[in-house]
Design a protein around this ligand. Structure first.
Ligand code: NCD
Length: 335
């Protein structure tokens, strides 16, 4: 299944007992839901990143472990997803667990109106040890978690949060640039509806970073979040122009305009092509900066940028699998 690496798993080179001894903090996440980045502090982030780093080493050396053998994940997606669902499936399978993927034909029914989500999670928990949920309504993951007796992991609740994406984003910054404190991080695009931006911004308030928010007027970061950033005492500025940040940014975090969240499609048409990161623009950027994107992209980053070593978005995708391996092992009490 994993290019011939699986046989090696019979004689693991990687000892999970060591992982536990290396832990600096007892895992407070066993049996817990992961709903928001607000559940994390710097210490628990360091713990997750250390586990994810070990997952990377394990995958790069033997590809597979049986830490979660016998465990079942229900992957319940009410919104389209390629990366996030595949990433959770790969994470579970690389740790020897199995998955019930529910991604097709799931009818979205307003949580506020009916019991559908509650009944669905109460059904799935009869089969599965952990549930990953993506749903178009803000707060849906919280509701699912209230009903489920097994851990629920929020894989995106409408324009609300996307905590596992924010963890993998931050992990990528650390893996690529060595540290997070002291960096200048520019977020570009749909800061209003982009849940990955919301979650990452919240996490960054725990660090000593400068933030630059680059968006058209109608897609500015929600005020409540901007206030959180200011209350945290961070150096923060907003601009409409990517040229204002390209020369000084250490991280350029580019996002797609979230078409599905617009009620007025004419407004979407007005802003959809607002930013394009081109190879020419990249010539003005620092030699050691990185370009990130949660993907999918719809034209914001030109394909010509992909061969630039600073283009980190596909490495970012891979990091997602390591982070989700770490989180699954943690909530199942195995890391
Ligand atoms: C993001 C999402 O779903 O919020 N994608 C992802 O999880 N990788 C970003 C997006 O859809 O634009």
């Amino acid at each position: 299944m994993f290019n011939g690496t699986k046989e090696l798993a019979l004689e693991p080179l990687f000892h999970y007992g060591d992982l536990r001894r290396k832990s600096t903090k007892a895992n407070g996440f066993a049996g817990q839901d992961i709903l928001s980045v607000s559940q994390f502090d710097r210490e628990s982030l360091a713990y997750v990143f250390a586990r994810a780093h070990e997952m990377r080493q394990m995958v790069e050396t033997i590809g597979y472990a049986d830490l979660l053998k016998g465990y079942v994940l229900a992957c319940l997606f009410y919104e389209p997803s390629t990366r996030t669902s595949a990433s959770f499936i790969a994470a579970m399978e690389r740790l020897g667990g199995s998955v019930i993927p529910i991604t097709q034909g799931v009818q979205f029914s307003s949580v506020a109106k009916g019991e559908t989500l509650a009944d669905t999670v109460r059904t799935l928990e009869q089969y599965a040890d952990v549930i990953v949920l993506r749903h178009p309504e803000i707060g849906s993951a919280r509701i699912a978690a209230d009903y489920a007796g097994v851990p629920v992991i929020n894989a995106g609740d409408g324009a609300g949060e996307h905590p596992t994406q924010a963890l993998l984003d931050l992990f990528t910054i650390q893996e690529e640039l060595g540290a997070i404190d002291g960096l200048k991080i520019a977020m570009v695009g749909d800061l209003r509806y982009g849940r990955t931006v919301h979650s990452l911004t919240k996490l960054l308030t725990l660090y000593d970073v400068s933030l630059r928010f680059v968006s058209p007027e109608i897609l500015r970061l929600p005020l409540v979040l901007m206030n959180e950033v200011k209350d945290a005492g961070l150096d923060v500025r907003e601009t409409h122009d990517v040229a204002d940040v390209i020369e000084t940014a250490d991280v350029l975090y580019v996002t797609r305009v979230q078409k599905e969240r617009f009620t007025d499609l004419a407004q979407y048409e007005e802003v959809k092509g607002y930013y394009e990161i081109t190879a020419e623009l990249m010539q003005r950027a620092k030699p050691k900066m990185i370009v990130m994107h949660p993907l999918p992209r719809v034209g914001e980053i030109h394909y010509a940028v992909d061969s630039d070593p600073r283009a980190a978005y596909f490495r970012q995708v891979r990091n997602g699998m390591y982070i989700r391996m770490a989180l699954l092992a943690m909530v199942l009490g195995k890391a």
